[in-house]
Write a protein that binds this ligand. Structure first.
Ligand code: AMP
Length: 589
């Protein structure tokens, strides 16, 4: 058997670690770097380059150079190069192949297995895509684990007292904050929040814009249209930013940046940390909301946190560290290199799986709620967002129409109360249900999510034992941007959705009463029959108007009339745990 490694497959940079004498050790790449830019380029002669070499040639070969592939994982986006189209999985696999080859050259042994990390909010299709990338690269992916969990492992959080910790991860292009519960050799992600379009690149861009403005004022030349000059500006901006993490001022010097009729123009300026902080204050501030959100989702106050861990190269920025301290009241821990701790933790988890490290179990979290559609476009949640995985939950549902012998199970992911506003993960049909009145059959729907976050949904008719299931692997394709949007939409539309859900439930009850009263009518005297028929028509009108008050009023009137006619109808409320599945495929009624 070959070697096992831990891989942090990052948006901007990737990192690899292996186990040496029970410790996780970072493997340098062929160029000697401890992290490798997650950049792939196809040169004109067809050669592929990855990492620093790909990043360096990006400006002169921008059409054939690919950054931030991770953002596209789980989507159908493809890029075309020389007539061949590449999926995000394939591009990621090219990065993984370079990481694998460099690790093999360093270790002198083949690398066969890996634990790969993903953001805690990655959906199941994004996790699956990451696994596929590993497989394409010839790696046996032992486990996909969450980045904050890996960071906590690297910090040895699993040893010692039970505690709640925060992982603040600001990388090159993404910001993630997670709250973890560590106890009894177990790490559980309680909540995650973030912004997948915020990172070190934005800090670079602030400096770059500042330099471009200064140059325009000084030389009356607009550099934004000069690709090569802009590349030099951006490189200088990142370099200055990095220097300002340890120095209080830095000199930016870019000779021969442009020219006009008077000759060559140079840019030379001193940038102080104070000015840098002023230019980027809004970016640091933008991390505040997600920090508060994660704490509130976890039901914690900052005082209940024992430690805050810093992950991602951008947490080396002093203003970021100060902001974390201000927000949490804690001095953040940064004993381990923030760009290496995720790979180290992944490697430790690999050690656990291989039996090299003992006494540790990991629990991760599902990023969005999962459930099915029930009658009236209602989203019936079965597994709540931020539930620890692996998990299995079941709920019993019933039919919506009399003599319905099949149900469509429409599996959804999202936070909206209205099914059609959420994301479809898949559909399947359970057939062979015994013919019965609506509400009688009991159909148990079970969702299970395995340790890699892969979802399986099954439905079983508890009477006949008929059973049907699907495993959702490639169908979901929900990007992290969509997840962000789904969560934000859900917050924005929460009140509206609650009202629509209430109306849908009320309509279900009204329809039940309307149908039941027809059956009862047959047993009544002519006079009662006419009265009930009139009230049924009034109820139908109220239902058509979708006016909640009118529906309630007419339901009450019809119920009263049925009661006084001696025919009380027990109006079964359609509650969440026993929702009716849509009936448009019914072969009965
Ligand atoms: P990561 O994705 O964790 O590798 O983080 C990459 C980001 O961290 C890039 O935007 C880097 O410019 C940034 N970075 C790395 N080192 C430093 C530093 N010393 N100070 C500020 N930013 C840094």
């Amino acid at each position: 058997m070959g070697k096992m490694v831990g891989i942090d497959l990052g948006t901007t940079n990737s990192c690899v670690a292996y186990m040496e004498n029970g410790e996780a050790v970072v493997i340098p790449n062929a160029e000697g770097g401890r992290t490798t830019p997650s950049v792939v380029a196809f040169l004109k002669d067809g050669e592929r380059v990855v990492g620093a070499a790909a990043k360096r040639q990006a400006v002169t070969n921008s059409q054939r150079t690919f950054f931030s592939v991770k953002r596209d994982m789980g989507t159908d986006n493809r890029v075309k190069v020389d007539g061949k189209s590449y999926t995000p999985q394939e591009l990621s696999a090219i990065i993984l192949q370079k990481l694998k080859a460099d690790a093999e050259a360093y270790l002198g042994e083949p690398v066969t297995d890996a634990v790969i990390t993903v953001p805690a909010y990655f959906s199941d299709s994004q996790r699956q895509a990451t696994k596929d990338a590993g497989r394409i690269a010839g790696i046996n992916v032992l486990r996909i684990i969450n980045e904050p969990t890996a960071a906590a492992l690297a910090y040895g959080m699993d040893k010692g007292a039970a505690q709640k910790i925060m992982v603040y991860d600001l990388g090159g292009g993404t910001f993630d904050v997670s709250v973890l519960d560590v106890q009894n050799d177990m790490i559980e992600v309680l909540a995650t929040a973030g912004n997948n379009r915020l990172g070190g690149d934005d800090f670079d861009n602030c400096i770059a814009s500042y330099l471009v403005d200064a140059f325009r004022r000084q030389e009356n030349i607009d550099l934004t249209r000069e690709a090569a000059a802009m590349n030099r500006i951006r490189e200088a901006a990142e370099k200055a930013k990095i220097e300002l993490s340890s120095a209080t001022s830095t000199v930016i010097s870019l000779p021969f940046l442009a020219s006009d009729k008077n000759g060559a123009k140079h840019l030379e300026m001193t940038l102080t940390r104070a000015k840098f902080d002023e230019l980027t204050a809004h970016l640091v501030e933008a991390t505040t909301g997600p920090v508060k959100q994660a704490l509130s989702d976890a039901g914690l106050t900052p005082a209940q946190l024992s430690r805050v861990l810093l992950v991602g190269g951008s947490t080396r920025i002093p203003a970021v560290q100060q902001a974390v301290k201000r927000l949490t009241g804690k001095d953040p821990s940064r004993d381990i290199n923030p760009d290496e701790c995720v790979a180290m933790g992944a490697c430790l988890q690999g050690g656990v799986l291989a039996g090299q490290v003992t006494g540790l179990l990991l629990l991760d979290v599902t990023p969005l709620s999962l459930g099915i559609e029930t009658m009236g476009d209602v989203f019936s949640r079965i597994i709540d967002r931020n539930t620890s995985i692996p998990v299995q939950r079941s709920q019993v549902f019933t039919t919506a129409a009399n003599f319905q012998t099949s149900v469509d199970v429409h599996v959804l992911q999202g936070e909206r109360e209205i099914a059609s506003c959420n994301k479809t993960l898949g559909r399947f049909r359970l057939t062979g249900i015994r013919r019965a009145m609506r509400g009688v059959p009991q159909i148990e729907v079970t969702f299970s999510i395995d340790a890699n976050g892969i979802v399986n949904v099954s439905a079983r008719d508890l009477d006949t034992g008929k059973h049907q299931e699907i495993t959702l692997t490639h169908s979901s394709n929900m990007s992290d941007a969509e997840i962000d949007r789904a969560v934000k939409d859900a917050q924005r539309y929460a009140a509206e959705d609650a009202k629509r859900k209430k109306t849908a439930e009320l309509l279900n009850q009204a329809e039940q009463l309307y149908n039941d009263s027809r059956a009862v009518q047959k047993q009544l005297s002519r006079q009662d029959k006419d009265r009930i028929e009139g009230l049924r028509k009034d109820l139908k009108r109220a239902m058509d108007s979708k006016d909640d008050d009118a529906i309630r009023r007419q339901m009450a009137e019809l119920s009263r009339a049925l009661e006084s006619a001696g025919r009380y109808v027990n109006n079964r409320a359609a509650d969440d745990s026993d929702g009716a599945m849509d009936a448009d495929y019914s072969d009965g009624n």
